[in-house]
Design a protein around this ligand. Structure first.
Ligand code: NAD
Ligand code: ZN
Length: 367
């Protein structure tokens, strides 16, 4: 039996992340954060048939009088829209949700972001409980309080900071996750080691097989440690005025790749987010080495670990370095003084570096 990991997240609205196998059937854990008489279970068409009945049954066992409704939407990033957000609010209205109602987000980051934003807005803010079912959602999107939907003009352009009331991660839910989604989440796990702790990279190097096999104990520890790294930086800088930006290691390059490919990851015609971040982290590490900041051996080590997880580590063929550079200039992370990157001094020690010359960036991109 794998013990439950609990990560306490501090700040103005503290909450706990609980991680263990079997939590989606655990009446007491699921019902503990619910305050009122109503709950809206939000999920997508892939996840709901797998897990929604179990969650609903556990809630009904634990609190027989609870009014529960479901809002199940089609899966995918292109559904993270204002229109679906509006439908989710309509479902809250249909439920007769009052200020003490709870939104329960059962799914990956798309569901967590959209349901969290609906909770942030309904009656100016009600509780959301996150039940993440992708590794990415467990280690990243369910923690930290950012919620959002996309607009046709860009990702995550409308949203709010709205911390969850609780996060409950059942590691067994990952057994049904497609391999590619698992690997995407592992890229974000590696990211925490790259930014904050070379010792965590050692730990990951010794557990590649267990993590790829979705071993509950290995996954639970990886999730707990990742949440702790994210929590520490979010507690220091909840609104991303400073250190929280470190979490964007690999993301300036990664976003440029995703945008340049037209977010074709879902169809297999391009990299998904985690894959793009894997490539982006290697590029950031190479750029750090070329700028004389960090040893090239650390970039080699990062690349080797990502490769063992089955992640891409080089720019996909056909992407033009100059086009990527132009994308990065447009990215909101580029400020007036020039391109700003998260680079590292060595594995486990990242920092913000401003005014990185275009020539160095193009060099790292191989252009
Ligand atoms: P996702 O929610 O689209 O899930 C990926 C796919 O896996 C979907 O098709 C989903 O239906 C399916 N799925 C989910 N759980 C499953 C399971 N257990 N078994 C089988 N299939 C399952 O994508 P994601 O990678 O979880 O999240 C990406 C989103 O997260 C993006 O919209 C991104 O902007 C957001 N995000 C937010 C934050 C934040 O801080 N709020 C941080 C990182 C990412
Ligand atoms: Zn990311």
């Amino acid at each position: 039996m794998t013990a439950m990991h609990t990560v306490e997240i501090g700040g103005d609205a503290p909450y706990a992340v609980r991680i263990a196998p079997g939590l989606l059937d655990d009446d007491a854990t699921l019902v503990a954060p619910l305050r009122g008489r109503h709950a809206l279970l939000v999920s997508d068409a892939n996840v709901a048939p797998l897990y929604a009945d179990r969650v609903e049954a556990a809630l009904r066992r634990a609190r027989p009088g609870l009014g529960i409704a479901r809002f199940v939407m089609p899966a995918g990033e292109h559904e993270k829209t204002l229109a679906r957000f509006g439908e989710c609010l309509d479902a809250l209205a249909g439920l007769g949700a009052t200020r003490d109602a709870t939104v329960i987000a059962l799914g990956g980051g798309v569901i967590g972001d959209l349901a969290g934003f609906a909770a942030a807005c309904w009656m100016r803010g009600i509780d959301v409980v996150q039940l993440p079912t992708t590794l990415l959602a467990m280690v990243d999107s369910s923690v930290g309080g950012k919620t959002a939907v996309d607009l046709p003009s860009g990702k995550n352009l409308v949203g709010a900071f709205h911390p969850p009331r609780a996060v409950i991660a059942d590691t067994t839910a990952l057994r049904t996750l497609p391999d590619r989604e698992l690997r995407a989440g592992l890229a974000e796990v590696v990211k925490y080691g790259a930014i904050f702790d070379a010792g965590f990279l050692d730990w990951l190097e010794s557990r590649v097989d267990a993590l790829l096999a979705r071993d509950d104990a290995a996954i639970a520890e990886a999730v707990a440690r990742s949440c702790r790294y994210k929590a520490d930086v979010v507690e220091r800088d909840p609104f991303e005025h400073g250190d929280r930006a470190l979490l964007n290691f690999g993301h300036t390059f990664g976003h440029a790749i995703e945008t340049e490919q037209g977010y074709a990851g879902a169809t297999g015609d391009g990299l998904n987010h985690g894959e793009a971040v894997a490539v982006g982290m290697v590029l950031a590490a190479r750029l750090s080495a070329r700028q004389g900041l960090a040893p090239a051996a650390d970039a080699d080590r990062l690349q080797a670990l990502l490769e063992r997880f089955g992640l891409p580590v080089a720019l996909p063929a056909g992407l033009d370095p100059h086009a990527l550079l132009a994308r990065m200039r447009l990215d909101k992370k580029a400020d007036a003084r020039g391109l700003r990157f998260i680079l590292w001094d060595r594995a486990g020690a990242a920092r913000v570096v401003r005014d990185v010359p275009d020539a160095a960036v193009l060099d790292a991109l191989g252009g």
